[in-house]
Unconditional design. Structure first.
Length: 129
């Protein structure tokens, strides 16, 4: 014990604690960001599936798909707002036979990329489904 009776932390002890906290944060933050990106991706997947169900209903009534989502009782945004949904004819075919839906990632989810689903059941990128 010190002669004056003062007790406290030394500079070395304080630096070591700060270093340990820094190392833990360097491990925890990327893991947390990855988990939140996966959770937000579910928002886009759900929106794509919902709009595709509405596209199929539209197809049974009109014998064609639509690129105008206002024709469907559906929103062009995902429920949580992380993605915007658009529709187009599949490459190499017409809108009468195939539609491809794209969920474009917004600013909070931009690093995760876009999701697509077509009326033939193909989901891209496959590793994100």
């Amino acid at each position: 014990m010190n002669k004056n009776g003062h007790r406290g932390f030394t500079l070395i002890e304080l630096v070591m604690v700060v270093a340990i906290v820094g190392i833990l944060m360097a491990i925890a933050i990327p893991s947390y960001n990855s988990s939140t990106a996966k959770a937000r991706r579910t928002d886009g997947q759900t929106a794509l599936m919902d709009v595709m169900v509405r596209q199929e209903r539209f197809y049974t009534e009109n014998n064609t798909y639509t690129t105008d989502l206002d024709d469907l009782p559906a929103s062009s945004d995902s429920p949580e707002g992380y993605y915007t949904i658009t529709a187009a004819a599949c490459g190499g075919s017409t809108i009468d036979s195939c539609v491809i839906l794209t969920a474009t990632a917004g600013s909070a989810q931009a690093s995760d990329g876009n999701l697509t689903l077509n009326s033939r059941g193909q989901k891209l990128p496959a590793d994100k489904w």
